[in-house]
Design a protein around this ligand. Structure first.
Ligand code: ATP
Ligand code: PRP
Ligand code: MG
Length: 286
């Protein structure tokens, strides 16, 4: 049975559960459940604090886990990212009062408050900056007002928390994060019993990612226009082209990125394609 760690709380928890559900896995019915077994898919899910997941996975007790890239790196655990999942996106920034600090070099001698001590200490070290780090559990934006630090380093999503605290970012983002699937460093092909199950799990999640970002497009066009039409809708490998009963016309079917679907429909219409429609993809294996 594959043993998988899933975030039990916070920004990652809801979207992770939804993605697993879409991938056909049974999920817990109420938020207090800490472990469930999905016998059909032969998977055991452990609902753990997102911050702890890399540690469990690195210990080898759990085969894989879903956590944030920033949490994985912050933990310093012997685990590696094997699939980015596209949700819980954030950037990680230093921030301070406007006019307080011009750039990275000005952090020298300052105190930086953060919940991500591992990331910050490594970043300061790599940049040769001698600053102290104070660890806080959360709401770090307030640390400056209350005089605990002159600078913070925190997750920024919309930027609302920084604005509300009257702070602005310093320099470039330290890192970009999103939810990721992780496993213990150096495992993989070596483990013949677990590896096929891990690969099947990853294929299922990849299927959900594709179903979320692509739609199926169908249309009819004249044979003379086919090459132009196919250039607009190349599909993932190549579009399916079928003859229509009316001679000189073909039906074309291809997957297109959802974000571009409306523009592609306009362009197809302009070259004479008709009966252009899109349908949602519920699941797929590429
Ligand atoms: N607005 C956000 N706030 C915090 N974390 C976010 C946000 N958006 C995305 N994330 C990501 O979610 C992960 C943090 O999740 P975690 O559950 O530890 O904190 P949280 O969502 O702030 O919840 P809590 O503060 O209640 O513990 C990180 O990978 C982080 O990059
Ligand atoms: O850029 P934004 O959209 O404002 O999101 C980022 C904020 O959200 C998180 O805080 P959270 O609400 O989780 O509180 P916490 O600091 O106590 O964890 C994070 O620590 C930032 O403060
Ligand atoms: Mg938080």
């Amino acid at each position: 049975m594959l043993r998988i760690a899933v975030p039990n709380k916070g920004s990652l928890s809801g979207p992770a559960g939804e993605m697993l559900h879409e991938a056909g896995y049974q999920q817990r019915r109420e938020s207090k459940e800490l472990r469930i077994v999905d016998p059909t898919n032969e998977v055991e899910f452990f609902y753990l604090r997102p911050r702890d997941i890399a540690i469990y996975v690195a210990s080898g007790q759990l085969d894989i886990g879903i956590t944030g890239r920033d949490l994985l790196i912050d933990s310093g655990a012997e685990a590696e990212e094997i699939l980015p999942l596209g949700f819980a996106r954030s950037t990680f920034h230093y921030a301070t009062k406007p006019g307080g600090i011009g750039g990275l070099a000005d952090l020298a001698g300052k105190t930086v408050a953060t919940s991500y001590e591992g990331i910050v200490a490594a970043h300061l070290r790599d940049n040769g900056i001698d600053a102290s780090v104070v660890h806080l559990d959360g709401a770090v934006e307030t640390a400056i007002q209350l005089g605990v630090a002159q600078v913070i380093a925190d997750v920024v999503e919309t930027g609302t928390s920084l604005r509300n605290a009257g702070l602005e970012v310093v320099g470039e983002p330290i890192m970009k994060s999103e939810a990721v699937v992780i496993r213990r460093t150096g495992t993989g092909a070596a483990d013949e019993t677990v590896e096929p199950k891990v690969q099947q799990f990853l294929r299922r999640l990849q299927g959900v990612l594709v179903a979320r970002t692509y739609v199926m497009m169908d249309y009819d066009c004249r044979v003379e226009q086919l090459e132009k039409a196919v250039a607009l809708t190349p599909g993932l490998e190549s579009p399916t082209v079928s003859p229509l009963h009316n001679e000189g016309w073909v039906a074309v079917r291809a997957m297109v990125p959802s974000k571009e679907a409306q523009r592609i429909m306009d362009d197809l219409y302009d070259i004479g394609a008709r009966a252009i429609l899109t349908t949602a993809i519920h699941a797929c294996r590429l």
